[in-house]
Each structure stands twice: as structure tokens, then as C-alpha cells.
Design a protein around this ligand. Structure first.
Ligand code: ADP
Ligand code: MG
Length: 396
């Protein structure tokens, strides 16, 4: 496969070379302990491979939002031990003061973790002095943090212009998966877009209608589209001021030969709480005091049939208020269909978004999707068709 970026396979002999590796180690902590080590585990492959190949590995990462000031509560010294445990190897914490001397003492195969890149006010400004300071510590640069690639910071973008730059294994897997889903997908392509509000995903919708064959709109945002088509959505979450924009998106889809699927039956309730009395109704039968909280069973089945005709699926946003039972029903059912089709080998399925990942975990199918992105903001910007600066810099 020819790619627009270089990977660890293109680095050649790196024994004794100092390699700066940007990882995302921004883990949640409580009482001094890491509460979710997903990001630490995701960094292992690249760091271990570089060390095994005899590089002097210097890890760069941010931690929290210290806004360019030193803040002991956000020191990466707190993450050094947990990272070392997950890695199963020693990791030395390299404080900014004397980092140069510490690196000079490191031997091939050693691993060091530099202090929080965001303690330096030049990091988020991508300041040349900061890029210089970091570049002086390494010979080569590896970016393995797709989730930070939507920011043009010194450690995510600037360094790629200063040192020979390569994508780490995690970055490589993410870029390959995203390329299969929207860059060079097998058609027909379906996109599922759900979640609360149209306003948070306008650019996503505008981009997708140009790219996909089927656009499935669910969740709260479907209500705004239904309202645009003259449906009375009662007390549902709905952005009435955006119905004009919803119509524009529907027109653009028409022109681009993208079929838009809106629910035609829905699950409604008068109160938003767990297990209230519910009705399943046609969208034209929603009462003025009712809220649409999930896609109905008939529409869900029709959507499953759409997925069966597709080769590629990209999914962001739940179909209903999935945190509150029973309004996870459509999301879980459609996720199970997508997972089964993926297992059969007829569908490439890529999903992302904070709540989407939670919903797929709730459905127990996250592992059956082809790829689940935990990148959050970077994933959404990619769904919007934006060039991510950290990725673009690797592609030059
Ligand atoms: P993601 O984090 O995956 O990008 P969003 O944040 O856009 O997803 O949307 C998730 C939220 O949308 C969830 O909190 C869910 O409860 C809410 N939601 C989905 N459908 C509805 C609905 N019909 N009414 C109200 N909220 C909804
Ligand atoms: Mg969310």
C-alpha cells in the first residue's frame, strides 16, 4: 500500500538515534491513580518497537490544560509510573531543567518522558523557539497522537517540519482506517449521524452528503430535519431556527445523489427519565406534550436493510437518548447489525465520538467494528473534511 506519509517501516537503522515520539498520554486521574489507561495502552506498540530497535526514545505529551504555566498537578511525573507499568519497561521522567543533559546520558533502548509540553507557552503557539528547544533533544520525530493532530502545536506540527517525520503505529492504523471509510472507500457508503444537535454537526452533515450514498440521520438532530419537512415534533429537542439550514442540506444531498434516511416511526414519552410510559408512533402522530427519544422499530429495521446493501459505514452519534433506558434500543440494534455485517466481511465499519464509543461499548460490539476512533475532536474535524495540521505535516 502506498501512503502519503512515512511510517516506522521507513526509518531504517535507528540504533543509537534519539527519537522524539509524540503520544497522547492525557489520561483521567483520581486520587493519584489513572482511572482509564486506554491511552497508555495505545502508546505501547510504538514506544516498545522504537526501544527494541535500539533507539533512545523520548516521549512528548501534554497533560491537562496548564495554559503555558508550570502546574505541579499537571506534571507528567504523575503519569511516568503508570505508563512504565503498562509498558512493562522502565521510563525515566525528564524534567525540563536539565533535560538535555539527561538525554545525553541515555543509552540505546532507554525510554524517557519529557515534562508536559503545555507548560511551555510556546507549545500551543507553535513558537519557533519551542520547536528549536524540542528539536535539539532528538534526531528523528514520530507522531503517534492522532487525537492531538487537529492542533497545530509545536509538538504536534512544528517538529514535523524540523526533523525527519514519521507516523507511529497508532497514527498509521487510524489514518488507514479513516482512509478506508471516507478517503478511498468501497461504495455504497453509509453514514450514520446522530446525537443531540444539528448545530454541533453542521459541517459534518455538509461534508458527508458530498461523500456518501446513504445518510442516516437519527438522534435529536433528526427532529430538526423532521420539522423542516413539516412534522410537528411536539416537545422534542429541536432547533427550529435551523430548519432552513436542514432544508439546504437535504437539497445538497439530492443534488449529490445521496439518499437521506429520516425515521418514520419513533419512540416518544412525556417525561425524560428511565423507563417512563412510552408510545411507538408514526412521526405524524407525536402529541404536543410528547418528546421523541428514539428511532422506532420499523425504521430501525429498514435502516438495517440499508446497511446490508452497503460496503462501508462511518458512524458518529447515537440514534436516541441511549444513556436512559429504553431509549438505547435503536442504537443497540443498529450497532449489532453493523457488527454482524462486519464480522461476515461484507462491511467496513468505522465509528467515533465520545458518546458513540460509549454507546457501542454499551451494546457490547465495539470490538466487532473494523475501527473505533477514540480521538474525539480530531475525529469530528476529519468527518468535516478538514485537513488536520498534525497529519498534513506528516504528509509533506
Ligand atoms: P458524540 O459524542 O458521539 O459525538 P453527541 O455528543 O453529538 O455524540 O450526542 C450524544 C447525545 O445525544 C447523547 O447524550 C444522547 O442522549 C443525545 N440524544 C440522542 N438522541 C436524542 C434525542 N432524541 N433527544 C435528546 N437527546 C438525544
Ligand atoms: Mg458527545
Amino acid at each position: 500500500m502506498t501512503r502519503a506519509f512515512k511510517t516506522l517501516d521507513d526509518m531504517g537503522d535507528i540504533a543509537g538515534k534519539r527519537v522524539l515520539v509524540r503520544e497522547d498520554l492525557n489520561v483521567p486521574m483520581a486520587d493519584g491513580a489513572v482511572t482509564d489507561d486506554t491511552r497508555l495502552r495505545a502508546a505501547v506498540q510504538t514506544v516498545a518497537e522504537l526501544a527494541d530497535r535500539g533507539a533512545i526514545v523520548i516521549v512528548l505529551a501534554h497533560f491537562g490544560r496548564p495554559k503555558g504555566m508550570r502546574n505541579p498537578a499537571m506534571s507528567l511525573s504523575l503519569v511516568t509510573r503508570p505508563f512504565s507499568q503498562v509498558l512493562g519497561r522502565q521510563v525515566a521522567f525528564l524534567d525540563d531543567e536539565g533535560a538535555g543533559n539527561a538525554v545525553a546520558m541515555m543509552r540505546p533502548g532507554d525510554i524517557g518522558l519529557l515534562e508536559n509540553t503545555r507548560f511551555d507557552p510556546g507549545e500551543e503557539k507553535n513558537a519557533p523557539e519551542t520547536v528549536d528547544r524540542l528539536a535539539s533533544l532528538g534526531d528523528l520525530y514520530v507522531n503517534d497522537a492522532f487525537s492531538a493532530a487537529h492542533r497545530a502545536h509545536a509538538s504536534t506540527e512544528g517538529l514535523a517540519h524540523r526533523l525527519p517525520a514519521f507516523a507511529g503505529r497508532q497514527m498509521e492504523a487510524e489514518l488507514d482506517a479513516l482512509d478506508k471509510a471516507l478517503g478511498n472507500p468501497e461504495h455504497p457508503v453509509a453514514a450514520v449521524v446522530g446525537g443531540a444537535k444539528v448545530s454541533s454537526k453542521l459541517d459534518v452533515l455538509r461534508h458527508l452528503v458530498e461523500k456518501v450514498d446513504h445518510l442516516i440521520i437519527g438522534g435529536g438532530m433528526a427532529n430538526t430535519f423532521l420539522a423542516a419537512r413539516g412534522v410537528d415534533v411536539g416537545k422534542s429537542l429541536c432547533e427550529h431556527e435551523l430548519t432552513g439550514i436542514a432544508e439546504e442540506i437535504l437539497d445538497a444531498a439530492d443534488k449529490a445523489n445521496c439518499t437521506v434516511h429520516l425515521p418514520y416511526d419513533v419512540v416518544v414519552a412525556k417525561e425524560f427519565r428511565a423507563n417512563p410510559p412510552v408510545r411507538t408512533v408514526n412521526v405524524h402522530e407525536v402529541a404536543p406534550d410528547e418528546m421523541i427519544l428514539d428511532v422506532g422499530p420499523a425504521a430501525t429495521e429498514a435502516l438495517a436493510d440499508v446497511l446490508k446493501t452497503c460496503r462501508t459505514l462511518v458512524w458518529n452519534g447515537p440514534m436516541g437518548a441511549f444513556e436512559t433506558p429504553p431509549f438505547d434500543t435503536a442504537t443497540v440494534a443498529l450497532a449489532k447489525t453493523a457488527a454482524a455485517l462486519t464480522k461476515e466481511g461484507s462491511l467496513v465499519s468505522v465509528a467515533g465520538g465520545g458518546d458513540t464509543v460509549a454507546a457501542l461499548n454499551q451494546a457490547g460490539v465495539a470490538d466487532d467494528f473494523s475501527f473505533v476512533s477514540t480521538a474525539g475532536g480530531a475525529f469530528l474535524e476529519w468527518m468535516e473534511g478538514k485537513a488536520l495540521p498534525g497529519v498534513a505535516a506528516l504528509q509533506q
